[in-house]
Design a protein around this ligand. Sequence first.
Ligand code: MSP
Length: 596
Amino acid sequence: MRLPFLVATRSIGAVHRLRQSPLLPSRLSAQSRLQRFAAVSSQCKDEKSYYITTPIFYVNASPHLGHLYSAVIADCFHRFKLLQGFNSKFATGTDEHGLKIQQAAEAAGKDPLTFCTDVSQRFKHLFDSCDVSYTDYIRTTEQRHRRAVEHFWSVLWNNGLIYRGHYEGWYSTQDESFLTPLQVGDAVDSLGTPIKVSLESGHKVEWMKEENYVFRLSAFRSQLLNWLRGNPRVIQPECFYQVVLQWLQQDLPDLSVSRQRSRLQWGISVPNDPEQTIYVWLDALVNYLTVAGYPDTHDQWWKVVHHIVGKDILKFHAIYWPAFLLGAGLPLPQTIYVHSHWTAEGKKMSKSVGNVVDPLQRSQMFTTDGMRYFLLRQGVPDSDCDYTDHKVTKLLNAELCDSLGGLLNRCTAPGLNPAQVYPAFCPQSFPRERGGRTVFEDHHMLDAVKNLPAVVERHYENMHLYKALEAIAACVRQTNAFVQRHAPWKLDREDSKDKRWLDTIIHVSFECLRIYGILLQPVVPGISNKLLSRLGVQPGERNWAALNFLPRHQGIDCPLEGRPLGSESGVLFSRLESQIQKPNKAKKGLQKLTKA
Ligand code: MSP
């Protein structure tokens, strides 16, 4: 297995060489902080509410494939929870403050807010086009967010967790992150000038020296360790949990949480100190609370919050954020789901290489559901994945067009199903035990589909979305093999026994398709809707409680039996044609771009 990080074992990029102002003693004893932590940890979960977040996206550049990936994972969780009957909240949005955005707006010759609004709209448009069904779209330039950040800061300040100090060290504007000397290496820029870069991200770093406010991060090391040790599933997949534990074995310096206003104007001022601007990560992380209704009505949602994050921002979510929350006396996240990155043609996506994959253009090319399916079927959370158009074409043609679409097409074809109904199941043709017209493999397939909802649910819960889709795809193949094995097109509809068996084959196949359609809704809502509508499954019959497979085989009535099929008989997923580049052609194109 690949290492999740380039520098996984290095100390986290926190502040060094901080000097504490002697004037401000810590106002919270270790004991009272621990008591607060214990109270927070023991709060019970609200079984029926669920709150999922994506990271909020920087608006310094247009959205790319990785951003859509984060959003689609979260959307899948949200839809899954709704189907399970949860009251689910789903937040996404844009991160609009900070030096990086200030500089990007300057470079574009626009005032920062106009610039942010433009790019934020582009993210929103992408998500709307890709059926990302967020319930709240937050922008950090909104008034409700400013209020939440100011309040949060005041709570930390009143708890004696912020003091005046100064920072001297490396800073990466691209990552908006402070780095220790061990996290910095030598490189040359495009003009051949020697520069210092972050070893983890490769971004340029600069030496910075300024007066600012500092958060007592170091005071939270043991509480963070206790939290992690007591909640071994809180960071998933497990490899990232281990990474965070390793970070916490090392020194955890205090963290600079403001910048001088003279350098950074585009941000929220420190309450009662207009000369300082709040550090963009502290500002950004609070967005999760803002959406929950902080500081007034956040309780219901805050107890059940789950975050989706890319591996590059794990430190901010698994160390800084829980420490801030502990400091503010708030519950810690239920889960931090971490995903790895997409590369393109084997390289990190970057504007200068010219290999940035435009998610909007690709979702127009491959359809929204096609792109969603590809990202979630191929994306493996614990290692990076490589994107090529050829892979997308191959996968979608095989699994959505041929396998799933082909199965539906075959079983609804007027030749096999002239009445266009959900046909009757005949228990004599397909008895509970082996016999009738069945063979061993048929019962094996039935068992697999019967168990599938539990398997898929477990994988969805654990963020193993690719495993859930793999399990569904394997069952679809088995159902196709079932139809192929019994060749219903060879049966004689005029013969009553043959007809009963033919109808049973179609009934069983429809039942399989119904289960696949319900299970696939979080991933490909459009295709699932088409599939379930064609089968005549009503909107109220599509939730998790409806996953009772083949009731007639258990001697229970099937409400769909005899029901007319839906009239929309179009193709489920159209074959993608070869205008899409093959891998070596695409590679040549990329080399050309790279050389130019
Ligand atoms: N603004 C911060 C997050 C603040 S959350 C309180 C940020 N923004 S980002 O736009 O740079 O990244 C947003 C998300 O996109 C992160 O989870 C990041 O990991 C993800 N991705 C960025 N590039 C990616 C890939 N190439 N592949 C997959 N996801 C990637 O960080």
